[in-house]
Design a protein around this ligand. Structure first.
Ligand code: ZN
Length: 249
């Protein structure tokens, strides 16, 4: 399916990544690994097809009717993103939004590791600060990566406000973006996120980013998995475009 129209309405998509590294078949979430060479080839392939890398804010909230645009997001803030994706992005003049689990800075993927997954290191405070200083947006992925809809109101508040404050203390700047762990959210969670001071949140629902028909707290994304070599990534983007058209306005 052709997803590269030369004219017509703009397309903006938000790509979701987790771990950058060779797929680990012993992992419970093996599909979350995207090999460094594949990641670099995806950037080249998107650029060759006329896609422009932009920030999450631009992709989701700023209309540009002449361009196909993509924003990059990384959930969980793995060290492997700092080691492999960060240099590749910096070399291409691109940035991304990194969603940090605030109680696990310099720690590990406790939420998956505790459930039997491989242990994977998460970025240190210094690494997060360095990326922020180089134009990367840092967002919250809550304090401990829970299913937010299962929490009571006070726990929910703690996860949303506590993580925001911790990251703001670390970086000295306002944190406005949120990623729901597991994409798990409902209207109560959205309302709590708004009350906590966030201005936008990303989901794991497949679709295009703009116009944000679900509103600023339900920005769809495209989950990029280990198998997403060029044609498959394009096919997934095409599916997102199709899904975007089916969403009610
Ligand atoms: Zn996560």
């Amino acid at each position: 399916m052709d997803v590269t129209p030369s004219s017509g309405p703009s397309i903006s998509v938000v790509l979701l990544y987790h771990r950058i590294g060779l797929p680990r078949l012993t992992s419970r979430v093996a599909g979350q690994y995207v090999a460094p060479a594949l990641f670099r080839s995806q950037l080249v392939s998107l650029s060759a097809d006329g896609w422009q890398g932009v920030s999450l804010q631009q992709a989701a909230f700023e209309a540009d009717h002449d361009r196909k645009r993509f924003a990059l997001t990384f959930d969980d803030a793995y060290c492997s993103v700092y080691e492999h994706a960060y240099p590749a992005l910096a070399g291409s003049g691109l940035t991304a939004t990194i969603y940090v689990v605030a109680d696990q800075i310099g720690g590990c993927n406790q939420w998956d590791y505790g459930a039997g997954d491989r242990r994977e290191s998460l970025m240190t405070a210094g690494q997060i600060r360095e990326m922020a200083e180089h134009g990367f947006e840092i967002g919250s992925h809550t304090r401990s990566h829970p299913h937010l809809t299962r929490l009571d109101d006070e726990q929910l508040r703690q996860e949303l406000i506590g993580s925001k404050q911790r990251l703001e203390d670390l970086l000295g700047r306002e944190i406005t973006s949120l990623a729901y762990p597991y994409g798990n959210h409902d209207q109560r969670v959205i309302s709590a996120a708004r009350s906590a001071g966030y201005t936008n949140a990303v989901t794991t629902v497949l679709g295009t980013a703009q116009p944000t028909v679900g509103g600023p707290f339900e920005i769809p994304r495209i989950n990029v998995r280990w198998s997403a070599v060029g044609p498959l990534l394009k096919r997934k983007i095409a599916r997102a475009v199709q899904a975007g058209k089916q969403l009610p306005c």
